[in-house]
Design a protein around this ligand. Structure first.
Ligand code: IPD
Ligand code: CA
Ligand code: CA
Ligand code: CA
Length: 266
């Protein structure tokens, strides 16, 4: 049975998701603006954020917010219980009619993620986790994959954009992972990449330079499914970055050795 807290989060996520699903059907009519190079925001991102803020602030008026579209330069939750929210993770997919995006909500208390929800409105897949209580996909308990061999593993990543000019470091990592694993995937939705590691669909995932709202919910979901999460060089993961490596416990160290010490080719 879900706790009252998770119910509050699921209600907010599904309400925002309903709006995203509706907008996705008429995406060509949406207003879109640019926040920076290759960084778009649509009416739908903003509307979903507003819906979530409203739902969560009624349910828990004393909690703070760190939300992508209204973060105003803040990158880290403070000491008070804080909702860390990505109202639409995968805006580029959404705007191109690719049916792969998600709503991501996390509760962070004293620096620790204590609850997380990632909801894919198109596939109707709801990933939830609460600290110490396991991770679930639509009420089915999740467990990371048991694969032990790199050459049988499927690993996800994100390709740097947003004005990054030096792709050399990423290309060196990619080359190393390509050479040793069974394949690399890049779907452009960090919260779902993490949820898929938790579900055993991917054996690992790495990316750098994202924000707390991309990672927070997914990190807890992976850990509660028995996976390991760190920075790419093996140090303790931090919500404000700079990098992430999530994997099943058998492959985490091997992947870290592969990508943690790469130098830029540029
Ligand atoms: C993006 C996604 C994607 C990652 C990008 C993010 P947004 O978030 O999480 O996986 O590779 O860097 O910006 O902007 O669509 O919420
Ligand atoms: Ca964005
Ligand atoms: Ca995001
Ligand atoms: Ca977003």
């Amino acid at each position: 049975m879900r706790s009252p807290l998770i119910n509050v989060m699921v209600k907010a996520a599904t309400k925002a998701a309903r709006r995203l699903r509706r907008d996705f059907g008429e995406v060509e009519n949406l207003q879109v603006s640019r926040k920076g190079p290759a960084d778009f925001v649509s009416q739908s991102d903003l509307k979903a954020e507003e819906i979530i803020r409203q739902e969560l602030s009624v349910a828990r008026p004393e909690f703070a917010f760190l939300m992508e579209e209204s973060a105003g330069g803040v990158t880290k939750p403070g000491d008070e219980p804080t909702w860390v929210v990505d109202p639409l993770d995968g805006t580029a997919n959404f705007l191109h009619g690719l049916p792969h995006f998600a709503v991501s909500l996390a509760l962070v208390e004293r620096g620790e993620v204590t609850a997380g929800v990632v909801y894919d409105p198109i596939k109707e897949e709801l990933f939830v986790a609460e600290r110490g209580k396991g991770a679930y996909l639509n009420d089915r308990r999740l467990r990371v994959s048991g694969r032990k061999r790199l050459d049988e593993s499927l690993v996800a990543t994100g390709i740097p954009f947003k004005g990054v000019r030096d792709h050399g470091l990423f290309l060196a990592e990619l080359e190393a992972v390509m050479a040793e694993t069974a394949g690399v995937r890049r779907w452009g939705v960090a919260s779902l990449d993490l949820a898929y590691v938790a579900a055993g669909r991917y054996d690992g995932y790495w990316e750098r330079d994202l924000a707390a709202w991309d990672w927070a919910a997914g990190v807890l979901i992976v850990r509660e499914a028995g996976g390991y999460v760190s920075q790419m060089d093996g140090r303790t993961f931090a919500l404000d970055g700079p990098s992430i490596l999530a994997a099943n416990p058998h492959l985490h160290r091997d992947l870290q050795k592969l990508i943690g010490r790469k130098k830029s080719r540029a």
